[in-house]
Design a binder for this molecule. Structure first.
Ligand code: HEM
Length: 227
């Protein structure tokens, strides 16, 4: 099947969701692991952030790795959301009359809400997060501060509302991942009824590890373990 025809099909869109979701999960694993360098101190963390910008120089241009990653992430987020909206639209057209409330399964209703509204909140968080820790525009330390100074300033105890926002967003990302990874295994045909429980455990464990790793930084700064 030609690529455009495949993309127009439901299974094609689900595959696009699974592949772009996979790219985003890989980014999150790398990002979470990089964040943990905060525990090695300011100089290690800032050195790592500097390395992300200078790796491969002078053969490759300054910031090539981050720029390539940004293009890939933006394309993945757009394709992921576009496929989700398009699949929801197709499902609605296939069944214009709503299910009677009593027939609606709690599990699917909960998952649809978590994925749909959760996804939108994650994108709003992402916009704030980029303005905060990448551009520095809304960070108390401003754009010219080091990445370590920006992170520490963000999660000062007095800024508990920003910390709460980050913690909530990270938990939402975890819930989104848990359901997303399970769905991807099903789409890719990996989860037969026999192996479903194993894939379910894998999705839950991976999501919990990511959430714990991401939460370690704001918690450590709030309690003064990182300063
Ligand atoms: C408490 C958790 C988090 C902390 C402390 C954190 C910290 C940071 C920092 C310091 C940067 C700037 C890196 C640099 O300029 O070198 C950054 C960039 C970024 N973060 Fe996070 N982050 C967190 C959670 C997340 C989550 C959950 C997502 C995705 C949903 C995310 C997505 C991004 C993206 C896309 C960038 C930009 C990468 C680029 O410049 O190309 N972060 N983060």
């Amino acid at each position: 099947m030609a690529i455009p025809a495949l993309y127009r099909s439901t299974v094609g869109k689900k595959a696009v969701m699974a592949v772009t979701g996979g790219i985003l999960v890989l980014f999150l694993i790398a990002h979470m692991a990089g964040n943990l360098k905060v525990f090695l101190g300011a100089s290690d963390f800032n050195h790592y952030a500097e390395w992300l910008r200078t790796v491969g120089e002078p053969l490759l241009p300054h910031r090539w790795l981050l720029s390539a990653m940004e293009v890939m992430l933006a394309a993945s987020v757009i394709l992921h959301m576009w496929s989700a909206v398009s699949l929801a639209w197709t499902a609605r057209q296939a069944r214009p009359v709503k299910y009677a409330a009593k027939k609606k399964s709690h599990a699917s209703g909960y998952a649809v809400h978590t994925m749909r509204y959760g996804g939108v909140i994650i994108v709003l968080f992402l916009i704030w997060h980029l303005l905060d820790l990448t551009a520095g525009a809304v960070n108390p330390e401003g754009a010219d501060a080091t990445p370590f100074a920006k992170v520490v300033a963000d999660f000062e105890p007095s800024r508990w509302y920003i910390t709460t926002f980050y913690v909530s967003a990270v938990i939402l990302v975890g819930l989104h991942l848990r359901h997303g990874i399970r769905s991807a295994f099903q789409t890719l045909g990996l989860a037969s009824s026999r192996s479903y429980a194993a894939y379910d455990r894998l999705a839950t464990t991976l999501s919990l590890l990511l959430v714990a790793g991401f939460l370690a930084v704001p918690i450590a700064v709030t309690f003064g373990w990182v300063r």
